[in-house]
Design a protein around this ligand. Structure first.
Ligand code: NIG
Ligand code: FE
Length: 424
């Protein structure tokens, strides 16, 4: 393959640093090369450095991408999404404008269960087609890897169908997917009042089958009294762990139930949401995994889209030394947005995170939360050439401007996968 030189980068934001999730003041160190350049070969980064040095030693047969003095970042890694579903929930969106809450709509049979009915009725091909359209949305927003959850099937057959769609999306490319089994997202209609039987189904049939077919790396549970309480969540996640799944959890989102403590007890990779977490919960997360900590995945777009005001206490988590992650939670109910730039804006305006902290949380820290910190999330030699030219000259503009298309050109595996039309 012809080598590619990316030259004239106003800021080459490399995120080079220690080979682990970044904590405390490390979160603000982006390792920026002002007027930098980068050499790509066979889909991987070979060298990064100052423009003048790098361009004086380029291979003769090299293709050149002139970044036009713009900002170049690693592709965003969105570590929490639900991108495979049929239909929308625009009706519920409108009901909420009249005062109905997310919880009331869910308890009345809507919410997750309404998407489950539509997703069950859809074929694998139909789900693949709608999800491909959403893959384009992620790319256009500068995201190059997404974690994708099942959880709108809630029967063996329909969960497998969703996970096969995720596998197909990943093989079709160019967006990379990391797959998570979320069979315990909600108790489906036919098991209402028999939740413990559904938990048995997840443990005895779904988990072993998903494992056998190698359809997911992680297992997630919506740990919430209205869905799966701490004791059912523990049973499911212990079974998943015994089969070799990594653990992620929807924890302390709507109520504080001890979910953070459970994530710590199980040594989960991540505890996600955490709007309701308190100081003891944060301490438990920080002390878990032999002091390495459970990574919090904060999802402020779901707080915003539900019209709420209680954002997760990011500053307290940073002070506690947690390797914080931010993600979209893209889903049809609580967070219908695929935009990491929007999440960056919320992190700074609602959670007092600096633009630099938020970028670390959506790149290298997100990559580590998915066990891929050695391959993606920063622009360092040996890593996959997943990078984005953003249409600005200072990285802080990505958080500062709201509702503009930031990504100018997107590369995955060293190949151009998106270019903004009407170049300006
Ligand atoms: O992360 N809380 C559970 N799951 C999703 C919402 C899914 C839905 O409403 O369809 C979340 O917010
Ligand atoms: Fe979620």
């Amino acid at each position: 393959m012809t080598p590619l030189a990316v030259v004239n980068c106003g800021q080459l934001v490399t995120l080079a640093g220690p080979a682990r999730g970044r904590v405390r003041e490390e979160l603000r160190k982006l390792s920026i090369i002002e007027h930098g350049a980068m050499l790509i070969r066979n889909g991987a980064i070979e060298r990064v450095g100052p423009h003048a040095t790098l361009t004086s030693q380029l291979p003769a047969d090299c293709e050149v991408l002139d970044a036009g003095n713009r900002v170049v970042l690693p592709g965003f890694v969105d570590a929490h999404t639900h991108p495979v579903f049929a239909g929308t929930r625009v009706d519920e969106f409108e009901q909420r404008t009249a005062g109905a809450t997310y919880e009331e709509i869910g308890a009345a049979g809507g919410g997750i269960r309404s998407t489950v009915r539509k997703t069950r009725a859809a074929s694998e091909d139909e789900l693949f087609q709608v999800a491909e359209r959403r893959a384009a949305w992620f790319l256009q927003n500068g995201t190059t890897t997404v974690e994708a959850k099942s959880g709108y099937g809630l029967s063996l057959e329909d969960e497998l169908k969703m996970l096969r769609v995720i596998r197909r999306l990943n093989s079709a490319g160019p967006l990379h997917y990391v797959s998570t089994f979320l069979g315990a997202h909600e108790v489906p209609d036919e098991y209402r009042g028999r939740a413990s039987e559904y938990v048995d189904l997840v443990i005895d049939e779904m988990l072993p089958c998903v494992r056998r077919e190698q359809l997911a790396e992680y297992c997630d549970v919506f740990c919430e009294p209205s869905a799966f309480d701490v004791s059912s969540s523990r049973k499911i996640l212990q079974a998943a762990k015994a089969l070799g799944f990594g653990i992620r959890m929807h924890a302390d989102q709507l109520t504080r139930s001890g979910a953070s403590q459970l994530a710590a007890e199980l040594g989960a990779a991540t505890a996600d949401h955490l709007e309701q977490v308190d100081e003891p919960g944060i301490r438990a997360l920080a002390q878990a995994r032999g002091g390495a900590g459970v990574q919090p995945v904060l999802l402020p777009a779901s707080v915003y889209c539900l019209g709420r005001h209680k954002f997760p206490p990011a500053r307290q988590m940073i002070e506690a030394g947690l390797a914080i992650v931010l993600a979209t939670d893209f889903n049809p109910g609580s967070s219908p947005t695929p935009s990491i730039p929007f999440v960056l804006s919320l992190a700074s305006t609602q959670m007092r995170m600096t633009p630099a902290e938020a970028i670390t949380a959506t790149t290298i820290n997100a990559a580590y939360s998915l066990g891929r910190g050695g391959r993606i999330g920063s622009l360092e030699p040996g890593k996959r050439a997943d990078f984005v030219v953003h249409d600005c000259t200072d990285y802080r503009e990505i958080s500062y401007f709201v509702g503009v298309e930031s990504a100018h050109t997107v590369y995955i595996d060293g190949q151009c996968v998106y270019r903004k039309h009407c170049d300006g």
